[in-house]
Each structure stands twice: as C-alpha cells, then as structure tokens.
Write a protein of this length. Structure first.
Length: 243
C-alpha cells in the first residue's frame, strides 16, 4: 500500500453469523486508476465494497477512504456508489430522478443534472420514465446519479451483470473516460475478460486477496497469457499451500 492510495484497508475482518467473510485483509486502491475487483460470486466482493462505502458492520480493522474513516459524513458527496440493482425510481423520469438526488446531495441542479445525463449517453431519454427504459439504460441512469457532484471515488458493484456484450463495451469505454479525467474507480466483476480493461486488479477468493497488481504483471508472475489463466494458477497455488 502507498501513502497516496485513495483507499487503505488494514486487517479488515467481517463476520456474519458463524462465518468469517473477510478474515483480516490488507489492501490499498491506487488513486486515479481503474481497479478491477474480480472473483467468483460469493467470494466477498460486495462485502469489501460495503466496507469501503461505510455501510458494513466490521468486527476489526481500519478502512480509510480519501483520508477519512469509512462512513464519515464528509465522504457522502465524495463517493459515487452504484449497487448491483438499479437505484433509481421507476415512476420518475431520468431527469426527475437526478434532480431528486441532486437535492439530497446538495449539488447544483442546473449544472450537474444535464452534465450527468449527457455523460452516460441518456440525453435523448432525459424525459423518459425510468420504468420504461431497457436494463442497460436503467444501469446508465443509476450511474448518472452516482456521478452527481463529480465524486473523486466511484465504486461500481458488478455494473455489467445481465447486459449484452455491446452495452458492456460501451460502459467500459465510459469508465476509461472517467479514469482519464482523474476519477479513482473500483469496479467489481466475476467476468474475467473485463479484467483486461483495468489498470490494476484485485483477485479475490473465499474472502482473501490472492493478488493485487497490474494485469500484465499478474500474467508474467504466473507464466500465463490471460488474467483468467493467471487467476486459476493462483487458485491452484493457494490450494497447494493450504494442503
């Protein structure tokens, strides 16, 4: 971990019932890059994300986000968070949804709403009811809400689940534009081919971080040619070490 990391996590432990979901992990997120959080469903990705956002009860450890403790009031308008399910209201138009959330966040409606709608490619659907939009358009509307106020940290929890390949590519092109403008991004996925679009990767398995590095470095260190093969090599090595 580096001193200028956007997020610094030390000894993070999360226990749910009798199950330890995160067993004391240490990891950092570099500023101004796209970090992909990859691993199979149920490995702890969403729990880690909720811990960063500050809505997860933790048993032990520290999570520092943009220099503050996770969950601090001062972080509310500095983190854009998109959950796996669309977080917009079906009975409001795209513009009405953004106007509502802009008022909640206390950001300029006149400046921010149209800019956010334009940035996600929904200008032609500005006055359409969200309930009448396609799944991909609803995901974009949720992303637009997260962009209000131009937060320096954007966290997306499996934003491409259920989308067709064309929409997935369009969203990832959008993410690259955000990072290019200086936004720090954490994007979770269980689709390994999306890893190639990330600057850095966190590979998770059963609540633990198997690796944290660039896609190229992970492939070189495991002697593989794809992130998926690198992940499998790390899993096999991990299983061997456990035995």
């Amino acid at each position: 971990m580096l001193k200028n990391d956007a997020v610094t996590i030390e000894d993070l432990t999360v226990v749910r019932g009798s199950r330890t979901v995160l067993p004391g992990i240490d990891v950092g997120l570099r500023s101004g890059v796209i970090t992909g959080l990859l691993g199979p469903s149920g490995c702890g990705k969403s729990t880690l994300i909720r811990s960063i956002v500050g809505v997860q009860r933790v048993k032990a450890g520290t999570v520092r986000v943009l220099g503050e403790d996770a969950g601090s009031k001062s972080l509310r308008d500095r983190i854009g968070y998109v959950t796996q399910e669309p977080s917009v209201y079906d009975n409001l138009t795209v513009a009405e949804n953004l106007t509502f959330f802009a008022r909640v966040l206390g950001v300029s409606i006149s400046d921010e709403v149209d800019a956010a709608i334009e940035s996600v490619g929904l200008a032609s659907h500005r006055d359409a009811l969200v309930g009448n939009l396609s799944g991909g358009q609803r995901s974009r509307a949720s992303l637009a809400v997260a962009l209000l106020g131009q937060p320096p940290l954007l966290i997306l929890d499996e934003p491409t689940v259920g989308l067709d390949p064309v929409l997935r590519v369009e969203l990832w092109d959008m993410f690259a534009e955000f990072a290019h403008s200086g936004t720090t991004m954490l994007v979770s996925s269980h689709v390994m081919d999306e890893a190639e679009r990330c600057d850095r990767l966190l590979l998770m398995r059963e609540g633990r971080i198997l690796a944290s590095d660039t896609p190229q470095a992970l492939c070189e260190s495991t002697g593989t040619t794809s992130v998926e093969d690198a992940f499998l090599a790390l899993v096999r090595g991990d299983e061997g070490a456990v035995r």
